[in-house]
Design a protein around this ligand. Sequence first.
Ligand code: BG6
Length: 486
Amino acid sequence: KRFKKEFPEGFLWGGATSANQIEGAFNLGGKGLSTSDMAAYKDPYAGKSVNNFTFNVSSIELEEYFNNPEKYLFPKRWGIDFYHHYKEDIAMFAEMGFKVFRLSISWARIFPTGLEEEANEEGLEFYDKVFDECKKYGIEPLVTMSHYEMPITLTQKYNGWISRELITLFDKYARTILERYKNKVKYWITFNEMNMNLNSLYTGAGVLEDKVENVEQAAYQASHHQFLASALAVKACHEIIPQAKIGCMINRIESYGKTCKPKDQLQALKADQINTFYPDVQVRGEYPNYMMRYFEENNIKIITKDGDNELLKEGKVDFVAFSYYMSHVTEDRPDAYKLAGQLDSPIKNPYLELTQWDWPIDPIGLRISLNKMYDRYGIPLFLVENGLGAKDKLTEDRKIHDDYRIDYTRKHIIEMKEAIKDGVELMGYTTWGCIDLISCGTSQMSKRYGFIYVDQDDKGNGTLNRIPKDSFFWYKKVISSNGEDL
Ligand code: BG6
């Protein structure tokens, strides 16, 4: 094998989004209500909890939300109105030189309640138009089948993925979109950031936490069902579109031990296992032994059926996709294992700067992660999310000087390149929120990730005009030089 010094030819540069954070039009085109449509706005600095999802649906009846539009804001219902702006947005992605555009399909746009026999033609047509628009510019769509949303009926009727019924319903949905788009989409991801089920079960699996006895047990049970649904989708994809590639996805969080005390390092290893548990199952086709020990010692019992093990083996993924935003520090403490699944770490790393939302910035951690993941799996990796959420200022002459975002992205690209030199096989890089969108965690518009500014505030006021930021022109240069001109 040749020692690579640069990004390979055909490297998939682009950007990433999700349906519920951009589309809007939550009740148009026959779409049903999604779990994400019930995610209320939450300013983390005004209130305490950023975990707005659990707060939303489990503590208050749905009717109260519908009857109090002025009390609760649901920004994911309007997104950035990509539903009506997709042509303009994709043209701007093309101007940056995108080779790939990651987006997700909203399950509720295809099957409004998840229960219908027939798919909603208007929903299918919408994505046809989006993919055709991408094709016009030679942009490959990278499609996530399930990105943090599902028809809310499935939460109300089954309490989400805790129920095995969802596997068949998802299979119907997955087969429908694979069949429909078999000539248009060749890169697929089954579930977004599956490991975040341990962080927010409503977001990832549509499960209301106050309706289950043991949240951790429920998270693993729901995950088991998603593993099976993912395996079925992989099988269906291989059968329907043999030339396509389909991957799994996690939120990769690199973990460091606080000191070189062996017990701190052991906790770092365990935190890593909690993180890689998901791809371990989806790449290798079986549950790893360390997890079996954990389940046994913590009295977690996963209900399985005959044939589950075989299905996991038959549905192994072609690549491992992941997001990377931060690293964590861990130490020898009784709750270390539980903390490993969470997004916020109480232990700070004194060597790292924080974003305005207190996320530690660690580009070298990305290189470490890429190496570890590739050593572990030996199949291609795809970095499908990474970016800086920051407050941007629109100047009077309608410019956004976001040198901080350029700096963040540049540093991560440099480390990606180092990892490629280390021998890592990396398919591509899609920066998160290539266009400003609604934040997943807080539903804020003001937490901006994009290279394209969208004129809209947290309450949904604004012209929705799209304005290229300084980073837009910088990223265009990066792509045209295949990562050389940074
Ligand atoms: C990832 C999600 O966890 O992080 C995205 O897949 C999300 O949907 C992104 O938007 C950034 O998180 P946030 O909360 O800043 O939007």
